[in-house]
Ligand binder design. Sequence first.
Ligand code: HPA
Length: 267
Amino acid sequence: MTASLADRLEGLRPRVLLTLGSGLNALADDLVDPVVVPFADVGLPEPTVPGHRGRFLAGTLEGVPVLAQQGRLHLYEGVPASAVAAAVRAAAACGVDTFLVTNAAGGIAADFMPGDLMLLTDHLNLTGTSPLLPPPGRAPEGPADVPHFLDLTGAYDPGLREAARAAADEAGERLVEGVYAGLVGPAYETPAEVSMLRTLGADAVGMSTVTEVIAARALGLRVAGLSLITNVHRPGGTPTDHVEVLDIGATAGPRLTSILGALLPRL
Ligand code: HPA
């Protein structure tokens, strides 16, 4: 039988799941002597995209026991929402009570610039699916299968947002705020889609996060989200280059690290 994540943590009890987005894997390098658990060892599906290693690193950051997640699954890999949410569910089963999620996103708001860091105030789930759905084709079998009509007001915890603002201040980093629209991808958005997203109230767009956040809220975790704006969409259309997205991730990573470093002791 496959070991559970808790079995593999050598007695560590992380409080915080820190999911690292594209180009942000280096944040986990600050963990001292981490316990490393590849997804495959605990029965979790492996990401298929190059540059998205699938593993957890458990250790202490700024005195706080954390579980860093390098690599995640995306809906664009052709997996169901339940697979995208599996890492969050495994972390919650280990007693994690706070989910800090990071991602790379394209800027929609007119005043956003590449390299900006955005605190998520809310999201638009435009993926057309949810981790709270039962597996396809399976009829509900009992009370445990009744649809979970989850309240998502305040999904991005107001107290954690306040703490993130204070942390950014302390780190001397500018933090913009806005609504993240989650789409399936993997194609980047057409100019018409960008215009639609702007009308809908999106400030940034990406291909992750919303599925994981819904699963985390269903399990009662407190959530905070930070986007690294890797590219911006301007009216009329701006080509989006995946290599640029990864490059900005690499250079802005240390700024995000310093905010997270100041945030962890405030949790
Ligand atoms: N669109 C969707 N996902 C992204 C983008 C984008 O422009 N940039 C980084 N991830």
